[in-house]
Design a protein around this ligand. Structure first.
Ligand code: PLP
Length: 395
């Protein structure tokens, strides 16, 4: 295989050279434990704090509002379980959406088993949560609203500022899972009126295994991890200085280059969407306008997503069908079902997510190979009428 086209940046990204270079000294040179008193370790401590300040600046937050975690999933778990624990005597109702990542949905299910009630708001055909529905779902015992900033499968960007205003007015805490958004669209915790926000380094060319949770000053959040007094006693464990420095460097780089890179990726994405949209019985999933710059997601009738991925892999194309964590399962994606796609169609999904190293040539290659593979699979499919060139079903 001569060529690799990596079109799965929503799953993970390559570490940027800037982040790698920033991280290297902390593995074997400036390796002091930030909690130690001697000056050798205090250098690591001050570099950790500089990283925190950098992350805060990229979100329009204060440094003391940023807590480093091990990943986006940890941040999501901490936000939901922490607020539930803190507020359980005030109320036990949580509002979220049907299209959240499993880090939110599975935590919500866990909380339901602990006696909390969760409202899973439906979305429209483009994956959009209606702010009016959030407002209507509020109850006197609602303690938390958690709605993702942008969806990882279909790229739809949610009306976060509108939901934030509703939450603030109602005096209810608002968390957003911004794992797919940070580093890709402008993020402003103050303008959005969010109280908690999750992010993950490896989605914007930072290191894997490194995340952060923004917790607005004044919001009380009990720890998820107990032990030492790191992260102001709220998240125990010797700090991952290399990870924090790498995450901050990658975020700074992504934020500085955001306008240009987002314009470049949106143009490539639109070309891809237009080209693959010409395949009969295909459709773009997600909001056609308010979507992440690099995300082009589709369904192709009469095709199995898994088979599509395997044949694309044989041509050097890395893509996914549904979210990375569920691509090993044969269940159709909960996101595609929530936007109203029938099971049969939801099975034929393809998510192409473009990023830093993708070029016009990559898009040309995708536009050449994806239609061929779709055609090949349809010719072998029992649900495809070859003579008529359409699915055997009428939906
Ligand atoms: N939330 C969303 C929207 C995601 O897309 C992901 C990862 O795909 C996560 C949370 C989990 O992030 P991590 O892999 O850092 O745990």
């Amino acid at each position: 295989m001569s060529r690799i086209v990596y079109a799965d940046h929503a799953a993970t990204t390559a570490l940027s050279d800037t982040a790698l270079k920033a991280m290297l000294p902390y593995f074997n040179q400036s390796y002091g434990n930030p909690s130690s008193l001697y000056s050798f370790a205090q250098q690591a401590k001050s570099d950790l704090e500089a990283a925190r300040a950098q992350v805060a600046a990229c979100l329009n937050a204060q440094p003391e509002e940023i807590y480093f975690t091990s990943c986006g999933s940890e941040s999501d778990n901490w936000a939901l379980r922490g607020v539930a624990e803190q507020k359980k005597d005030k109320g036990r109702h949580i509002i979220t959406s049907a299209i959240e990542h499993h880090a939110i949905l599975h935590t919500a299910r866990y909380l339901e088993k602990q006696g909390f009630e969760v409202t899973y708001l439906p979305v429209d055909g483009q994956g959009r949560v209606d702010p009016a529905a959030v407002k209507a779902a509020l109850r006197p015992d609602t303690i938390l609203i958690s709605i993702m900033t942008a969806n990882n499968e279909i790229g739809t960007i949610e009306p976060i500022a509108e939901i934030g205003a509703i939450a603030r007015e109602a005096g209810v805490l608002f968390h957003t899972d911004a794992v797919q958004a940070v580093g890709h669209i402008p993020v402003d915790v103050q303008a959005w009126k969010v109280d908690l926000l999750s992010l993950s380094g490896h989605k914007f060319r930072g290191p894997r295994g490194m995340g952060a949770l923004y917790v607005r000053k004044g919001v009380r959040l009990p720890p998820l991890m107990f032990g030492g007094g790191q992260e102001k006693g709220r998240r125990a464990g010797t700090e991952n200085v290399a990870g924090a420095v790498g995450l901050a460097a990658a975020l700074r780089e992504a934020t500085d280059g955001l306008a240009a890179e987002s314009a470049r990726l949106s143009a490539l994405r639109d070309k891809l969407a237009a080209g693959l949209g010409r395949i009969p019985y295909s459709r773009l999933t997600g909001d056609p306008v308010n979507r992440l710059p690099g995300t082009a997601s589709f369904v192709f009738e009469g095709v199995e997503g898994e088979a599509l991925l395997l044949l694309l892999d044989a041509r050097g194309i890395c893509a996914s069908s549904g979210s990375a964590c569920s691509s090993a399962s044969l269940d159709p994606s909960h996101v595609l079902l929530a936007i109203g796609l029938p099971h049969a169609i939801a099975h034929g999904s393809l998510r192409l997510t473009l990023g830093a190293e993708n070029t016009e040539e990559d898009v040309a290659y995708l536009l050449q190979e994806v239609p061929r593979v779709v055609q090949y699979l349809r010719e072998m499919s029992p649900v495809w009428d070859k003579a008529a060139g359409k699915p055997t079903w009428e939906l």
